[in-house]
Ligand binder design. Structure first.
Ligand code: XMP
Length: 318
């Protein structure tokens, strides 16, 4: 019968057999479960001949780039962190349309990843964290966005550099990937992380993206996510995040009238992301998060909770 330990042993042997003794492998890391588990498997098979590339697109959660990079280094992975935030902000400047933003982010990712990959002399393989649902494309992503899911994000690289593709998780479902990650001692914070879209906060800022809006959203989102953890609710929801709405509303602070941004909290329960119900979070918790965001994040004076299910709504707002 299938066990994660057997899978690890046989996949490590298969990788060692397939990948030549001097071959180098490139892998794009996202901080998510799939690419991290793929990295650990490859690391066990070929050690530092695995060259991980982790790009900061400036649209990650607060402090996520530093903390995930730190975890990767602790695991002994050979990973290069590339902070390309400014390139992404420049590519996004003035774009409000959701598909336009996805395209700008996808295009910039390919450029940066290509540049970094070219620096790995003698690379023969491109590894990807593709899992079975990706193979059968049962993960619904809006419209053409499917082409920029991070593991599809390789542009013309395989042809240009004459790379062969290796996908060690191709036969696994998500829960099996988690079991394999557990067997490989992937830290709990990465193993049980909520899904997070490749375009990141870029599609949670409705309208155009600026560094200032990213900063506001990162701070509000951190309060929500930390709150879910503190209240023991994080692992009861499939996914959660905050949306920065492109409207201002009137509020009052002391004797002053304010006219500031509105954010929407989104949390859903789901088994596969295809359908989802809004999470029935306790009122006390919502009150706590709302107060904390409004008190601590200047520029946000109103918090609303999204009570829409999928379908007909989607999990993300863009
Ligand atoms: P929706 O909003 O379509 O999202 O209900 C379903 C799942 O897919 C994620 N998502 C994306 N992931 N690139 C990604 O890599 C995208 O462009 C994208 N759009 C949505 C979303 O976070 C949810 O987990």
């Amino acid at each position: 019968s299938w066990t994660p330990e057997h899978f690890v042993d046989s996949m490590v042997l298969a990788l060692q057999h397939t990948i030549g003794p001097d071959d180098k492998v490139i892998l794009g890391l996202s901080g998510g479960v799939d690419s991290s588990v793929a990295a650990l498997l490859l690391h066990r098979a070929i050690g530092p001949r695995l060259h991980g590339i982790f790009v900061n697109n400036g649209l990650l959660r607060k402090d996520e780039f530093e903390s995930v990079l730190h975890s990767y280094k602790d695991l002994g992975l050979n990973v290069r962190g590339v902070d390309a935030s400014q390139e992404f902000y420049a590519a996004l400047a003035g774009i409000s349309d959701p598909e336009g933003k996805r395209k700008a982010i996808g295009r910039t990712f390919v450029e940066i990843f290509d540049q970094e990959a070219q620096k790995v002399a003698g690379a023969r393989w491109l590894a990807q964290g593709t899992i079975y649902p990706d193979v059968i494309e049962s993960v619904s992503v809006k419209g053409p966005a499917v082409t920029i899911k991070s593991h599809h994000n390789v542009g013309g690289l395989p042809e240009k550099m004459n790379l062969k593709i290796v996908e060690p998780l191709r036969a696994l479902f998500k829960d099996e990937v988690r079991q394999v990650g557990d067997a490989l001692e992937l830290p709990h914070n990465i193993l049980h992380r909520h899904p997070f879209p490749g375009p990141g906060l870029g599609i949670r800022i409705l309208g155009d993206v600026t560094p200032h809006k990213v900063d506001l959203l990162q701070r509000a989102d951190a309060i929500f996510i930390d709150g879910l953890r503190e209240f023991g609710l994080y692992e009861q929801v499939w996914q959660a995040g905050v949306m920065l709405l492109p409207i201002q509303s009137v509020g009052v602070m002391g004797d002053e009238r304010t006219y500031e941004q509105v954010v929407a909290l989104r949390a859903v329960t789901s088994v596969d992301g295809m359908t989802a119900d809004w999470a029935h979070l306790p009122y006390d918790f919502l009150a706590h998060v709302s107060n904390k965001i409004i008190n601590q994040v200047r520029g946000i004076n109103r918090v609303v909770y999204d009570i829409s299910s999928k379908p007909p709504a989607t999990i993300e707002w863009e």
